[in-house]
Design a protein around this ligand. Structure first.
Ligand SMILES: [Zn+2]
Length: 277
């Protein structure tokens, strides 16, 4: 054994990701090279962003139009009370804090509605994480991601319940496939009540707490790691339902709805894998 191959006590402690690299199926080099988009920088966005950086993702973009308020602080570990007092932008502060977790991470941010970014903005990414509480934005990223053949891992919480849907075009259903008549009726009411695009819709504040956010965001990022590592057989097909109060954790299948508009225009082939060096 040559001198430079001698193992020294503590040498592995110098690698931030040493423990994760011991999990054989995780393709760490692919995580580092992938480009990921986090839509929503609130509670789920904070946790998903933190999980991404601490899992080794290096190229992260964030979209969120909101400013930080004090009621965000109980579920957003990376925001501070000073950020709320100054009314700073969620996307900007999340980007700032993610770089502190790992200074080699490249983070870009956009403080505007996802619908106002260029039509083909989403196609630059290898995976999209939906961290939204806004149904219109959720449907927008769903239809665009499906069209471009980009995996979408969408999370949502309500009180101590939550769900994660893995949308893997063209093999799984999309989010709209799982919407029922009540969902669409609610959307119709929103538009018929306002009649104008520039009207702000009042939506009641929904109950939320951090442990459910932490569970759902962890499942989102773990699904993302599996997708990037090409571990498709171990993915949940295609919806995980979690009820923390009743201790329920289920995987349900959302069937593809042949009437869903997103499958009429879907590409005939999945997105080609980019060559990775
Ligand atoms: Zn669909």
């Amino acid at each position: 054994m040559t001198a430079n191959k001698v193992l020294k006590v503590g040498m592995h402690d110098e690698d931030m990701f040493d423990r994760e690299k011991r999990i054989p199926w995780i393709k760490f080099n692919l995580l580092q090279k992938s480009k990921v988009l986090v839509v929503g920088a609130g509670a789920l966005g904070n946790e998903v962003g933190k999980n991404l950086v601490l899992s080794g993702f290096k190229n992260i973009s964030i979209v969120d139009m909101d400013k930080i308020v004090k009621s965000n602080l109980s579920r957003c570990a990376l925001f501070r009370i000073e950020d709320a007092e100054k009314g700073l932008l969620k996307a900007e502060v999340l980007a700032r804090e993610l770089k502190k977790l790992d200074k080699t991470v490249r983070v870009s941010w956009y403080s505007k509605p996802i619908q106002e970014l260029p039509e083909d903005f989403l196609k630059e990414f290898d995976i999209i994480f939906g961290c939204l509480d806004n149904i219109m934005a959720r449907l927008y990223i769903n239809s665009h991601a499906y069209y471009y053949g980009i995996p979408l891992v969408d999370g949502g919480t309500l009180g101590t319940s939550g769900k994660v849907q893995v949308v893997l075009p063209p093999r799984t259903a999309c989010i709209e496939c799982g919407m029922n008549k009540t969902h669409f009726k609610n959307l119709e009411q929103i538009f018929s009540c306002s009649g104008r695009e520039d009207v702000t819709i009042y939506s009641p504040k929904l109950p939320a707490e951090i442990t459910t956010t932490a569970v759902i965001s962890a499942l989102q990022v773990l699904s993302g790691i599996k997708i990037i590592s090409k571990q498709y057989d171990s993915l949940p097909y295609n919806l995980i339902y979690y009820d923390g109060y009743r201790n329920v954790f289920e995987v349900l299948e959302v069937p593809l709805n042949s009437h869903c508009p997103n499958h009429i225009t879907q590409p005939t082939k999945p997105k080609k894998e980019k060559k990775r060096k």
